[in-house]
Design a protein around this ligand. Structure first.
Ligand code: FES
Ligand code: MG
Length: 567
């Protein structure tokens, strides 16, 4: 810590013109919290946390905050925690993504407005870490991320259970009649049984891993289980680190360089991580003026093997990844294709981190690059007249037999239409069709929910059909799997081609050529466009109004246009 550069409680003090009076007044109010003068003269580490009664994943935050404080105090600074908006993934309507930018604004503004010399960002559930990083990139005060850590798995009969890939597996069994109501009720109680984030390589685990890979957290801090004593020790270490950062130039923008971003993309592809991470990385990078080009993602995907065997695409859980060697072990396998000179918040380069990590690794969970789980990366971007600005396919979670397909489209015009008709026994659909959902993108009133995992129509599920090509402008949960094309851009509500598809049109998807084509002539599409321009309600006030006017498309990470860094 460079104490002479710390501003402590006086940071930002201009309120009353008279600086000495302002300091005296602020200190007197701070004294009412019982701090001694010695404490108030220390540098201040803010702890921006997202604890909430509506966020099960963060229920252990009080204990983690105590541990961070311990580290801060021991290193000679004063810790002051403050709450921000929290986004509990399953408790928000219409979808948590709608509020990620709002949380990022809360973090940015409170970090800037309140007197602190550095900040620990404590989050975990899907959208919270991206929101905190977006805010921290914009505020650019020295910052370090701390995450909740993954939930531990539970048991049901002979099955190991982890939210929420197994949630879907058992629900599919229930829908197809393989298990009964009583059993699904039992499973429901067992799926999520500890504090922490979803136990598989879903969005929360992916974002935690990428935050470590981009250098914004200490080594190993992504995967330590939420309930482990090591998680508390990591919290304490993070508090100490936040003090060390004070007065240095090790700020978020010095950490998130183009190289760090590419390292994060490489790790994403090697993990077979969540499709949502593509949105979040684009949004975080957009805050420092870095582009996340999906064509570049495709290039990196060709040279990056999938190395970990975690659900939803494999067998294991996030806690297993930790005990197998964690993110440092994954990055060691990737060292030939990583930027080893990328900096980290702990001061060493990524290369030095890899060298320092224990070389032991559990090969059941983390494969060597020479014998990967898959030869190429987990995600690819598809382009074509159906997705001029791109779409994402998690090929590691998809059925390769469907990669080169031309088939008939069965169209659902909205979430309501999908809910009303998908299980209709009279629905004209076969296992060879492509299911298409639209008006579920970022500019739609539903604000891009995780509806892209369209259910298999019940009558087909009962015949044993477990996968079909599904295409939408929506997202899907990082814990889901299937041959599912997401984030089709531009979305239907903003006038994208996906809004013009009709039942029975032919669609051609080719993973080999990265293409997604609607086999309808341009002239016919123009006629359809003129006949039915998109209509959507215009919000009159409040956050809906702000969102509607400023939301960007998927390729820009669905940030607000006024929050993106401009030259
Ligand atoms: Fe919080 Fe899954 S619900 S990470
Ligand atoms: Mg999720």
């Amino acid at each position: 810590m460079s104490k002479d550069k710390a501003q402590g409680i006086a940071r930002g003090l201009t309120n009353y013109g008279d600086a000495a009076f302002s300091k005296y007044l602020r200190r007197s109010f701070a004294s009412s919290m019982g701090y001694s003068r010695e404490m108030l003269d220390r540098p201040i580490v803010g702890i921006a946390h997202a604890a909430s009664g509506f966020n099960n994943c963060h229920r252990h935050f009080p204990e983690m905050i105590e541990a961070v404080k311990r580290g801060v105090l021991a290193a000679g600074a004063l810790p002051l925690e403050f709450p921000t908006i929290s986004l509990g993934e399953v408790f928000l309507s219409p979808t948590s993504l709608k509020f990620r930018n709002l949380m990022s604004m809360d973090v940015e503004e409170m970090v800037r407005a309140q007197p602190m010399d550095s900040v620990v960002l404590l989050g975990g559930c899907d959208k919270t870490v991206p929101a905190q990083l977006m805010g921290a990139m914009s505020a650019n005060l020295p910052a370090v991320q701390l995450v909740a850590g993954p939930m531990s798995t539970g048991r049901h009969k002979e099955h190991r259970l982890g939210a929420c890939t197994d949630c879907r597996r058992f629900w599919q069994q229930f829908r197809s009649g393989q298990i009964d109501q009583e059993e699904i009720d039992t499973v429901e109680r067992k799926l999520a049984s500890t504090a922490g984030t979803c136990a598989v390589m879903g969005t929360a685990s992916t974002m935690a891993s990428l935050t470590e890979a981009m250098g914004m957290m200490p080594a190993h801090s992504a995967a330590i289980p939420a309930v482990s004593a090591d998680r508390l020790r990591m919290a304490e270490e993070t508090g100490r680190l936040a003090v060390e950062l004070i007065g240095t130039e090790r700020r978020p923008r010095a950490i998130l360089t183009q190289k760090a971003l590419e390292n994060a993309v490489t790790v994403l592809l090697a993990l077979g991580g969540s499709t949502n991470a593509v949105l979040h990385l684009a949004a975080i990078a957009g805050r420092v003026g870095l582009p996340l080009d999906l064509r570049r993602l495709n290039e990196i995907s060709e040279r990056t093997p999938v190395l970990v065997d975690l659900k939803p695409t494999g067998e294991h859980y996030m806690e297993d990844l930790h005990y197998a060697g964690g993110i440092p072990a994954v990055m060691r396998e990737l060292r030939d294709i990583l930027h080893l000179d990328a900096p980290t918040v702990t001061g060493e380069t990524i290369g030095a981190r890899i060298e320092a990590a224990d070389p032991w690794v559990d090969r059941n969970v983390i494969s060597p690059a020479s014998e990967p789980v898959r030869e190429t990366g987990g995600l690819v971007a598809l382009y074509g007249n159906l997705a001029p600005k791109g779409a994402i396919l998690k090929r590691s979670a998809a059925n390769p037999d469907l990669f080169e397909t031309e088939a008939r489209a069965v169209v659902f015009s909205s979430l309501e239409d999908l809910a009303a008709r998908i299980d209709d026994p009279d629905l004209d659909v076969t296992a060879d069709d492509i299911l298409l959902l639209r008006n579920a993108g970022p500019t739609s009133p539903s604000a891009m929910p995780e509806a892209g995992y369209l259910p298999i129509p019940k009558k087909l599920a009962r015949q044993g059909v477990s996968d079909m090509i599904r295409i939408s402008d929506a997202r899907m949960s990082g814990t889901a799997y299937g041959t599912i094309v997401l984030h089709v851009s531009p979305d239907a509500a903003s006038g994208g081609t996906i809004g013009l598809v009709r039942n029975g049109d032919r669609i051609r998807m080719s993973v080999a050529t990265r293409s997604l084509e609607l086999l309808v002539s341009d002239a016919e599409l123009e006629t359809r466009r003129a006949e039915a321009p998109p209509v959507k309600p215009e919000p009159k006030r409040g956050y809906d109004w702000l969102y509607d006017r400023h939301i960007l498309q998927a390729e820009d990470g669905c940030d607000f246009d006024f929050l993106v860094e401009r030259d």
